[in-house]
Design a protein around this ligand. Structure first.
Ligand code: NI
Length: 184
């Protein structure tokens, strides 16, 4: 039975732990977790990614999507460079390899850090690998918003939340204030 998994918020120590590798990505337990994560994130709505530790599951599983255009004012700020639409997908045991050393700072939000946004440096272009819940190998090069999203979700598997990566603490605040007052 598909169920809603309550997201954990910053301050919960589970969010600071390293998640475990999944030994058998295509077994039914993992498929159930992926289904529940997809149900959860779709129920929350207007979101682009969720990592298993955010719902208290310490496994290296993320689900994400790339919408073809910004979902709301938060995403207008987060990305003006939306790319080709990617439907909701699961990625298990992801690995990330920067393609160039260039970092770009950009705004991020997180279900585990509700109502807040911060500017975080990320690699502009990455290669990422992993498998999906059907055991198919994924190996892709992505840039901009897509690359930022994968790096953000990957960090959750390492026990890292975006506020821990903010260079300039003045670039951290409440979403509605930032959206109202900043243009870049
Ligand atoms: Ni997050």
């Amino acid at each position: 039975m598909i169920k809603f998994l309550t997201p954990l918020k910053m301050g919960n120590p589970i969010l600071l732990q390293k998640a475990n590798y999944v030994d058998n990505p295509s077994n039914s337990e993992i498929q159930d977790i992926v289904s529940n994560m997809l149900h959860t994130i779709q129920t929350i709505g207007e979101r682009v990614g969720l990592a298993a530790p955010q719902v208290g599951i310490q496994k290296r599983i993320i689900v994400y999507r790339v919408p073809e255009k910004p979902l709301n004012s938060r995403y207008h700020l987060i990305s003006d460079e939306f790319q080709k639409e990617v439907p909701w997908s699961a990625l298990i045991n992801p690995e990330i390899f920067p393609i160039e050393s260039e970092l770009e700072s950009g705004w991020e939000g997180c279900i585990s850090v509700p109502g807040l946004l911060g500017k975080v440096p990320r690699y502009k272009t990455i290669r990422f690998t992993g498998v999906n819940e059907r055991g198919q190998v994924i190996d892709q090069v992505v840039s901009n918003f897509y690359a930022r999203l994968i790096q953000h979700e990957y960090d959750h598997l390492e026990g890292i939340l975006f506020p821990m990566k903010i260079n300039d603490p003045s670039c951290f605040g409440y979403e509605e204030e930032i959206i109202a007052h900043l243009k870049d």
